[in-house]
Design a protein around this ligand. Structure first.
Ligand SMILES: *Cc1c(COP(=O)(O)O)cnc(C)c1O
Length: 242
C-alpha cells in the first residue's frame, strides 16, 4: 500500500477537525435552543497557506477570516473565493482602509468611529456599502482595541449615522490568559449588551451577528448566544510563526 503523503495527512486532519467542530457546534446549538444552521463557523486563516485554506473550503467551510490586510492581499487571489465569504477580523489602521474596502464581505474589527468613517468614505467612493461589526473591548483593557462596554450603545448610535457602512452586530475577543469559565462570564455580558442594542431598533442598524468564541472556548460562547464562531487552530492545528 502506498504510504500517505504528508499533504494527504494534513488534509485528512483538517477534514477530521472540521467534522468534530461541526458536531460540537450542533450540540452547543441544541443545548442553547437553536439549530446548527443558526451558527456560522469561520475558519481563521492567519499564517495558513492558500492550499490548506482551499482544503477547508472543500470540507464545507464557507467563511474565512484574516487578521492582516497585507497577508490577505497576498493570499486572496489563490483562494477559491467562489466557495466562501471573507471577513477581516484584525485591527485595521485608517491608512490601510482603502486597500481592503470592497475586497472582503465584512469588516468585523471596527474599533473606532474614525476608522468607521474612513471605511464609509472609501465605500461611498466605490459605490458600495460595507457591512461591519463593532469590536467591543470585553474588559476595558487599555492595551486592547475596541469600544468599551460602557460606551457601546452610544457608539452604535454614532456608527448608525456614518454613511457607507452597515452595522450588523458585535465582535469580541476575550483577554488572552483567562480560563473558559471567566470567558463564559464575558460572553454573557456581551450578549446582554448585544440584546440591549438590538432592543433600541436603531435606524440603519441590523444587529444580527454576535461574533464570539475561538478554538478554546467556542462551545461556551455558543451557549451564551454567539452565532458566529472564529476558529483557527482547531481547524488547521497550532500556528507556528506568529
Ligand atoms: C487568531 C484569531 C482567532 C482564532 O484563534 P484560535 O484560538 O486559533 O481559534 C479568532 N479571532 C481573532 C480576532 C483572531 O485573531
Amino acid at each position: 500500500m502506498r504510504e500517505k503523503s504528508l499533504k494527504d495527512k494534513v488534509f485528512t486532519d483538517i477534514s477530521d477537525n472540521i467534522k468534530l467542530i461541526k458536531e460540537n457546534v450542533a450540540r452547543a446549538a441544541s443545548e442553547s435552543g437553536r439549530k446548527f444552521e443558526d451558527i456560522r463557523i469561520m475558519a481563521v486563516t492567519k499564517t495558513v497557506s492558500p492550499d490548506m485554506i482551499n482544503c477547508a473550503l472543500s470540507c464545507g467551510i464557507d467563511l474565512i477570516g484574516e487578521n492582516r490586510v497585507q497577508e490577505y492581499l497576498e493570499k486572496y487571489s489563490h483562494i477559491n473565493l467562489e466557495k466562501c465569504q471573507t471577513h477581516l477580523i484584525g485591527h485595521l489602521q485608517s491608512n490601510k482602509v482603502k486597500q481592503i474596502v470592497g475586497k472582503v464581505s465584512m469588516i468585523q474589527s471596527v474599533d473606532t468611529i474614525k476608522v468607521a468613517e474612513e471605511i464609509g468614505a472609501r465605500s461611498l467612493a466605490s459605490g458600495i456599502v460595507t457591512d461591519i461589526l463593532m469590536e467591543i473591548n470585553i474588559d476595558s483593557e487599555p492595551s486592547k482595541f475596541g469600544f468599551s462596554p460602557a460606551s457601546s450603545l452610544d457608539s452604535a448610535y454614532k456608527l448608525s449615522q456614518v454613511e457607507g457602512i452597515n452595522l450588523c452586530g458585535i465582535m469580541c475577543v476575550p483577554p488572552i490568559n483567562t480560563d473558559v469559565k471567566t470567558n463564559r462570564q464575558f460572553f454573557l455580558n456581551i450578549h446582554r449588551l448585544f440584546i440591549d442594542i438590538c432592543d433600541k431598533k436603531i435606524d440603519n442598524v441590523s444587529m444580527k451577528i454576535l461574533s464570539m468564541g475561538m478554538s478554546g472556548d467556542y462551545y461556551s460562547a455558543i451557549l451564551e448566544g454567539s452565532n458566529l464562531i472564529r476558529v483557527g487552530s482547531a481547524v488547521f492545528g497550532a500556528r507556528k510563526n506568529e
